[in-house]
Design a protein around this ligand. Structure first.
Ligand code: AG3
Length: 282
């Protein structure tokens, strides 16, 4: 395929801005039954995966997102034994979850098997835990999976999805959150990627309201940097079934016993601090 310097740019209508990467080769492009997936070789950010024109991840900065989608929740829960990831086909979230030895089983429910197969080929470092005996990889509809899950059987549900359009649209409403609520044990947590606080505050507000409607007793939105996504600043929103979200297992986070590149106890505390405009919005 073509080998010439060009720029891959995601223009973001909602914020009137764009993010671009200098690329040297289109390594792969395909249309699956669900979406269009491209893999580019960039000059400075490693490999870049794009789905339906939206940047999903780069080799260089995906650790920020994957660590913040997992460790704050896992260090909030007393002992998450059973974890379900909805989406997350690149397997980066699964890898972080399995760093926790208290996790006995982690199921990744990705609708599009091609995302995972391409991640295995182009992002093998994210897939290094796929053969862990605690890992289960399913390629089915996550909405249906959660609707049919056994009640009170899961400790943590992580929704690692694309934007709320196309296949992921049904993952951002009260009906889906109600399925998650039912499937969670008491004290269980739901974490969902919740777009940019700078560009999508109305969406975040509606997600938070829908989580409360579904029965969750506490909701928190944690912002973190993510250079490859629109505005460069992203968030996850965490909801708890019973109990609150004011503290976390700080001692556990300090002596976590596995490597991270962004997450630590201080970062966790910082992410719980709410900027003024977010406080006002929520
Ligand atoms: N996370 C994708 C978040 C959405 C990005 N949006 C955008 N670029 N418009 C899923 C991939 C990481 N596991």
């Amino acid at each position: 395929m073509s080998q010439q310097i060009s720029w891959y740019t995601e223009a973001h209508q909602a914020s009137g801005s764009s993010i671009g990467f200098r690329t040297e080769q289109l390594l792969h492009a395909e249309k699956t039954p669900f979406q269009t997936i491209e893999i580019h070789q960039t000059t400075d950010w490693g490999k870049l995966m794009v789905i339906d024109g939206c940047v999903m991840l780069t080799t260089r900065d995906n650790f920020l997102y994957h660590e913040m989608m997992t460790h704050p929740a896992l260090f909030t829960h007393a002992r998450a034994k059973r974890v379900v990831i909805i989406g997350g086909g690149d397997c980066g979230t699964l890898r972080e979850v399995l760093k926790h030895e208290e996790v006995e089983k982690a199921t990744q429910v990705e609708i599009d098997e091609r995302v995972t197969r391409l991640a295995e080929q182009y992002f093998p470092e994210l897939c290094e835990s796929n053969n862990d005996p605690r890992a289960e990889l399913l390629f089915i509809d996550g909405i249906k999976y959660m609707a049919e899950a056994e009640p009170e059987s899961i400790d943590l549900v992580i929704v690692d999805s694309t934007d709320p359009v196309g296949p992921a649209e049904g993952l951002f409403n009260a009906a889906f959150y109600a399925s998650c609520f039912k499937a969670l044990r008491h004290g269980g947590l739901l974490v969902q990627q919740s777009e940019s606080p700078l560009a999508h505050i109305e969406l975040i507000k509606s997600m938070r309201a829908a989580m409360r409607t579904a029965g969750f007793s506490a909701v928190k939105t944690l912002p973190f940097p993510q250079p490859c996504y629109p505005t460069g600043w992203w968030s996850c929103t965490m909801a708890r079934k019973g109990g609150d979200l004011s503290g976390f297992r700080e001692r556990g986070a300090i002596s976590k016993g596995f490597p991270t590149r962004y997450y630590n106890a201080e970062i966790h505390k910082a992410a719980l601090a709410q900027p003024e405009f977010m406080r006002e919005a929520f």
